[in-house]
Unconditional design. Structure first.
Length: 293
């Protein structure tokens, strides 16, 4: 009878078997200890990888949903600045928020600011989380939060002159020694405001580009471009001339929504923040192909 080719692996001595078993156990222990020593670094690298992915996805969400109000680099505009030393160092104290800044950002993104429709900012902060009727999932809210928090290291290096933060009128900063009492009212301007001033004060530039034309191949990302509004306005709503269409769009933004855009993005009540004379002048200015800016 021939022995199989692997017969050399057979070990008859029980002592040798025990010794080899002990050696195998020792080798396994050494391998596990070595792996354990590397695991912390591996987990840290993987965590950094996932954090980076979250920030990248948050950047896309911010560019598509938030940049028109808060600025593409968080410098502010129709909404407050976020890439700001004040925001990262003093904001929580001024609003008496006892949680972390990350919690504050996440709550603000999730629920918005629906209780402040008449703040100094021309656009109300909408609700974004699907938990409260918004369009974003929990992971997307977290990604936006991670992206905003990513500005902290550079924002902390800003000088007071570089900080783009504009103080809230109803929440003066305790850091600057401002009194908590309401600020004195600014004397009312005499005469109607210029259309350019109204367009800026109401934050219209955050969504509408005045110089770019609105075409099928060149659409405004949030609201329609207005470079050729005088050509497009007469053709938007049957039976309405250009002036009537623009008037109605300002008075009731959801009466007609340009195809491809979302309703409820343009704030309601803009007409109430102008006199009838100012509204007429704004409409005429928007429809003027040679308007001055």
């Amino acid at each position: 009878m021939h022995k199989p080719w692997y017969s050399f692996l057979y070990i008859k001595s029980p002592i040798v078997k025990i010794a080899l078993g002990i050696l195998a156990v020792l080798i396994a222990v050494v391998v596990l200890l070595f792996q354990g020593a590397l695991e912390e670094k591996r987990m840290a690298a993987q965590t950094a990888n996932w954090d980076g992915r979250s920030i990248e996805k948050g950047a896309d969400l911010f560019a598509n949903n938030c940049a028109t109000c808060h600025g593409f680099n968080g410098e502010g505009g129709a909404g407050p600045a976020l890439n700001s030393k004040y925001f990262f160092t003093q904001r929580l104290a001024d609003v008496n928020f006892t949680g972390t800044l990350e919690d504050y950002i996440k709550l603000t993104v999730s629920a918005g600011r629906p209780s402040k429709p008449n703040s100094q900012w021309s656009v109300m902060m909408p609700t974004w989380s699907s938990r409260y009727g918004g369009p974003l999932r929990d992971d997307q809210v977290q990604q936006l939060t991670d992206y905003v928090m990513n500005w902290e290291s550079t924002a902390l290096q800003q000088t007071p002159e570089e900080d783009p933060w504009i103080p809230f009128k109803d929440a003066p900063s305790k850091a600057t020694g401002e009194a908590a009492a309401p600020a004195a009212e600014t004397p009312a301007a005499t005469g109607p405001r210029e259309p350019q001033v109204i367009f800026t004060e109401l934050g219209c530039a955050g969504c509408h580009n005045l110089t770019e034309p609105q075409t099928d191949s060149n659409r405004g990302p949030v609201g329609p471009n207005m470079g050729n509004l005088y050509e497009n306005a007469p053709n938007r709503v049957p039976g309405e001339d250009a002036s009537t269409y623009v008037h109605n769009s300002i008075r009731d933004p959801n009466a007609f929504v340009v195809p491809g855009y979302q309703p409820n993005l343009m704030p309601a009540g803009l007409a109430d923040r102008m006199t009838p004379e100012e509204l007429d002048a704004l409409v005429a200015w928007l429809l003027d192909p040679n308007r001055t800016q």
